[in-house]
Design a protein around this ligand. Structure first.
Ligand SMILES: Cc1ncc(COP(=O)(O)O)c(C=O)c1O
Length: 464
């Protein structure tokens, strides 16, 4: 259900007539806020909160019993030790140079998470990617990339199950269109659906733009290693056949949170970048989830370049400068520059800890989420009820339970769960996109409460 304000009062005033097309079109869908607000008031067991929470003692040595947002153990020291010069001045438009360089090293480090990467690949990645620009969180990076490539009315392709804010940014704000495809077929990515969507878009515009997000919000899906190869090959083949530039925005918000070994262990960005064709990946990542600093509002946007575009190093540097200039133009004219304080915090984290130590600091949190992931899947898989089906999930913060639309409407179910069983979830009901189910944010549910959480869902299902 999308709860939409009618704006009856604004419409009675001259403000409305004065609004731009954008001003008239824009609104904030209140679905998630409505359900999380109700859960806070009505629920005993809450599965709506999309940030990792736990008892402090479970992720910090000597921590308290308080239920808190998970954080890196030494974050307080970094925050307390900042010099005034690191806090008050403007940061440069695209972000502080040393932090951009550091994040590029981090981006390269993350490429090593899967199997062996050889020296050629690392060198290639280093050389043929731009220096990341700093954005106001991933949200702003997604906006900047979308606005850079999409005119109003043009299409971007995305799976039907996607982060709801894509619709705000792309449809409601930019005025572009999202070409959806059914995400899964037989518990795997629906590659044919993806390819069809690309072919259809190729008939109406001279470029292909895609946005992919693994681990996915709301499903937790990460492609298996074979599926990842299939996606990469399919994009490669289609790009060659259609001979159109193919921009792939890779939303890596949940990049490190992968809980199964048989799935892709690193961002799809890296394999797309290796392709020699004009499949052009753009990596959007940041500190929100990776360093558990959601409120820091620091994201990074990195563009993958192709060797075939350039003939020598000088040309490569010029190209990087020009792309940087375009992005700086976009940043300057929207947010001007990003939060200096949190850039300084990121600098302190990387200065005082090596990258391996940062990963080690985060590991207790990842382990907690991983245990919950296994527990909740195990519990849900014991429910024998053909009214539900679980989407494939291997990482991230959420999972998605589909409900048979002819038997249960997701919003009715969420309402029933709240009223009778005091359980809060986020229903997603988009009949046009063939979605009817509930998102469960196990990132913020105590593992001890998971059996009870699932048991109440099971009981609620029996009421239908
Ligand atoms: C898939 C996805 N992308 C991007 C974001 C936005 O991240 P940020 O808070 O850095 O803007 C989120 C946040 O929930 C998300 O779920």
């Amino acid at each position: 259900m999308m709860i939409i304000m009618e704006f009856t009062e604004i419409k009675k005033t001259p403000l409305f007539d004065a609004f731009s097309e954008l001003g008239k079109r824009i609104f904030l869908p209140e679905g998630i806020f409505y359900w999380s607000g109700r859960a806070k008031k009505e629920a005993e067991l809450i599965g709506t909160i999309g940030s990792a929470h736990a008892r402090e003692s479970d992720f910090i040595n000597g921590g308290s019993e308080e239920w808190l947002p998970c954080y890196l153990s030494e974050i307080r020291n970094y925050i307390n030790n900042l010099h005034v010069k690191e806090i008050t001045p403007y940061a440069s438009i695209a972000g502080l140079a040393d932090i951009r360089t550091q994040w590029k090293k981090w981006m390269i480090k993350k490429s090593l998470l899967d199997e062996h990467s050889n020296f050629r690949e690392i060198h290639h990645l280093e050389k043929f990617t731009t220096l990341p620009v700093i954005t106001a969180g991933l949200t702003n990076g997604i906006y900047l990339a979308s606005a850079l490539f999409l005119n109003p009315g043009e299409f971007i392709i995305s799976p039907n199950k996607r982060w709801g804010n894509y619709d705000n940014i792309i449809s409601r704000f930019i005025g572009a269109k999202i070409k959806s495809f059914e995400f899964f077929k037989d518990d795997q990515i629906n590659l044919e659906g993806l390819k069809d969507a690309i072919r259809q878009v190729a008939e109406v515009q001279k470029k292909i733009v895609l946005i992919l997000n693994f681990p996915n919000n709301p499903t937790g899906y990460v492609p298996s290693k074979q599926e990842a190869r299939d996606i990469v090959n399919a994009l490669n083949d289609l790009q060659q056949r259609l001979n159109l530039p193919m921009i792939v925005m890779v939303d890596d918000a949940y990049e490190p949170y992968i809980y199964r070994e048989d799935v892709l262990q690193k961002s799809l960005f890296y394999d797309l970048h290796e392709l020699k064709t004009d499949v052009i990946p753009i990596k959007i990542d940041g500190i929100s989830k990776e360093l558990l600093l959601y409120g820091g509002r620091i994201g990074f946007l990195t563009v993958g370049l192709k060797e075939s575009w350039i003939s020598d190093d000088e040309q490569l540097e010029l190209l990087k400068n020009e792309i940087n200039n375009k992005l700086e133009g976009m940043i300057r004219s929207t947010i001007s520059n990003s939060n200096h304080f949190y850039q300084a915090v990121v600098r302190k984290i990387f200065e005082s800890k090596g990258m391996d130590e940062i990963i080690a600091m985060r590991t207790p949190v990842k382990d907690l989420l991983e245990q919950r992931y296994h527990k909740i899947n195990q519990e849900i898989n014991q429910i024998q009820d053909d009214k539900i089906s679980l989407d494939p999930n291997s990482g991230g913060f959420f999972l998605f339970m589909n409900l048979k639309p002819d038997v249960i409407k997701a919003t009715d179910f969420a309402d029933h769960l709240l009223k009778k069983y005091k359980v809060g979830v986020i229903p997603i009901e988009k009949p046009n996109d063939n979605i009817n189910g509930i998102r469960i944010a196990y990132c913020s549910i105590d593992i001890e409460k998971i059996p009870e959480f699932v048991s109440r869902i099971r009981s609620a299902l029996k009421d239908y």
